[in-house]
Design a protein around this ligand. Structure first.
Ligand code: SF4
Length: 190
């Protein structure tokens, strides 16, 4: 047995180191517990909103945790039958859609021949899209082709995104068919 002669100062130092070591050992042997505690703290009293990942056609379910109008955490939705709580690396980082400095918050318009983007409001932008769609459709509309009524335009195409749900896709399809658009696609099929 080795005897140790410690003064008060040395004793306190040694006790502190021992306590710190024990704490590390405790965390080391119980990583899951430490992680769960941190996560719980971050999302405590947050509002949880289920949504669908907008990145690809798989359509994984995501839970978005918000506090004070800010997205504090996102995770796979365990109740969603598509992904059962799992997310790929892209879906895992989806919070960056909200936090990124590069996120666009206003519509940008670049006039034909211009090299500059201008900020526009949504009313201006929607009117511009509607008038150009009508102009293009009216100029390119074909009623009859080789003796057959076709009522179509081949100068407009529609490409739906993964964030569209069934109902939105149905409405978009109706609108495009009504305009005579024949090039109608969806990201999930590409
Ligand atoms: S989490 Fe990944 S696989 Fe799932 S929809 Fe998003 S991008 Fe697609």
């Amino acid at each position: 047995m080795v005897e140790m002669n410690l003064n008060r100062r040395q004793f306190l130092k040694l006790s502190g180191a021992a306590a710190a070591t024990l704490a590390v050992v405790e965390l080391g042997f119980n990583e899951k517990k430490a992680y769960a505690t941190t996560k719980e703290f971050k999302i405590a009293q947050a509002t949880v909103t289920p949504t669908i990942c907008c990145y690809c056609g798989v359509g994984c379910g995501i839970l978005v945790h918000t506090k004070n109008n800010t997205v504090v955490y996102t995770e796979g939705d365990p109740d969603n039958p598509i992904n059962e709580g799992k997310l790929c690396s892209k879906g895992t980082t989806i919070r960056q859609l909200y936090t990124s400095e590069k996120r666009l918050t206003k519509p940008l318009y670049r006039a034909p021949g211009s090299s500059k983007w201008e900020e526009k409001d949504w009313d201006w932008m929607l009117d511009m899209i509607a008038s150009r769609t009508k102009e293009t459709r009216d100029h390119s509309f074909v009623e009859v082709e080789q003796g057959i009524t076709v009522n179509k335009t081949e100068k407009i195409a529609s490409l739906g995104g993964a964030a569209l749900d069934n109902e939105e896709t149905y409405l978009l399809s109706k609108l495009m068919r009504g305009l005579g658009v024949v090039y109608l696609e969806h990201q999930a099929r590409i």
